[in-house]
Design a protein around this ligand. Structure first.
Ligand SMILES: [Zn+2]
Length: 211
């Protein structure tokens, strides 16, 4: 099963990915990790990506997809894969579809986590992290003391309400149209309510996938 996780930043994709992987018995593949591994490994595409990064440019989709394609040939993905963060724009969705076709495979389902913007802002702005040991906290104030090491709690730059709004706007403009692209291309799109406990959302997701 090739499953694409989809949803706004802060919708909980990163939390659900490993849980779904365990339940479905297929590994996750985080594009960023695979890209970094290829750069470290010095593969042909990895060196191309490295050159882009050193010039301060974005790594082109074609290079990233090439690296992901190489990775998907590994035996651990024979049963399938959960892709998290691989598809953020319509050209990336098209590129992924073509790349999978080249491997004789296709996306089996797109799992879209549905959540209101206000809920996300609330959720992320409730999150603080220890500046020393990086332990995450919920429901604590900036400046509170970390229970583990006594460090001060800070808000990650990404979790600042203004930063979140900016990311949500980018999502609406670039990423939301991807869902329509999948629908019009006849792919299975499964929408799951992402509000609630981690366990509830996981149960809903598996139910929606018929598992
Ligand atoms: Zn700490």
């Amino acid at each position: 099963m090739i499953l694409v996780l989809f949803g706004k930043p802060g919708a909980g994709k990163g939390t659900q990915a490993p849980l779904l992987a365990e339940s479905l018995g297929v590994p996750t593949l985080a594009t960023g990790d695979v890209l970094r591994a290829a750069v470290r490994g010095g593969t042909k595409l990895g060196l191309e990506a490295k050159a882009c990064m050193e010039r301060g440019e974005l790594v082109p989709d074609s290079v990233i997809l090439g690296i992901v394609a190489e990775e998907l040939k590994q035996p651990q993905y024979a049963k399938g894969v959960i892709l998290d963060g691989a598809v953020r724009t319509v050209p990336q969705a098209e590129g992924l579809a073509n790349m999978l076709k080249g491997l004789g495979r296709k996306v089996d389902a797109v799992l879209a986590f549905d959540i209101d913007n206000d809920e996300i802002v609330q959720r992320l702005s409730d999150r603080t992290v220890c500046e020393k040991c990086q332990t995450p906290y919920r429901g604590r104030k900036v400046g509170d003391v970390c229970e583990k090491c006594g460090g001060a709690l800070v808000r990650r730059k990404d979790d600042d309400p203004d930063a979140i709004r900016t990311r949500l706007t980018a999502y609406e403009q670039q990423t939301a149209p991807v869902l329509d692209w999948y629908k019009t291309h006849g792919d299975t799109v499964v929408v799951v309510d992402a509000v609630g406990s981690v366990e509830d959302v996981k149960r809903r997701a598996l139910g929606a996938l018929g598992k």
